[in-house]
Design a protein around this ligand. Structure first.
Ligand code: NI
Length: 168
């Protein structure tokens, strides 16, 4: 297994749209393994392939307290959603920034397992938020896209300052 480099906002590669996976072969399972290693190493609860510069529709998740329930979702889709919930979110691609984001409360979602089995399940709470957040990544979307213009501007200024500080 090998750890992958996580892209950081405002890297334009985070805006690329990932394409559906048609054949689940050893290349895909290796990507999944490396993504899981990267997610655990970075102490994240989810990671989308887009964040490691792979434009394929695959996400990995572990929302368990014990960090021992790795999940790999291939071609994940939101089938239906209901309700509204606000939860504080962060992102490995936007380090050090957290904010409350509104999303659907409950979702029905589908995905393929690494064995190619099509699964449909319900999710709520943290898992629901995490799946919505990661699928957004596959579509080139970041959680900070949901911020108000004022908050967004403040964040951009902060990141700009950090980049200039690093350049010194
Ligand atoms: Ni993220």
């Amino acid at each position: 297994m090998s750890k992958l480099e996580v892209l950081h906002f405002p890297d334009p590669r985070l805006r690329k749209k990932a394409i559906p996976i048609e054949i689940i072969d050893s290349n895909i399972t290796t990507i999944a393994e490396n993504m899981l290693e990267t997610m655990y190493d970075e102490a994240g609860i989810g990671l989308a392939a887009t964040q490691v510069n792979i434009q394929k529709r695959i996400i990995v998740i572990d929302v368990s307290e014990e960090r021992d329930q790795p999940r790999v979702l291939i071609n994940p889709k939101i089938v239906s959603s209901e309700g509204i919930e606000q939860m504080q979110e962060g992102c490995l691609s936007v380090p050090g920034y957290y904010d409350d984001i509104e999303r659907a409360e409950k979702i029905k979602y589908s995905y393929l397992t690494e064995e190619g089995e099509l699964i449909e399940e319900d999710a709520d709470g943290l898992l629901s938020v995490c799946i919505q957040h990661e699928i957004d990544h596959l579509d080139g979307k970041l959680f900070i896209d949901y911020l108000s213009p004022l908050k967004r501007q403040r964040l951009l200024k902060k990141i700009d300052k950090q980049e200039r500080a690093q350049a010194l």
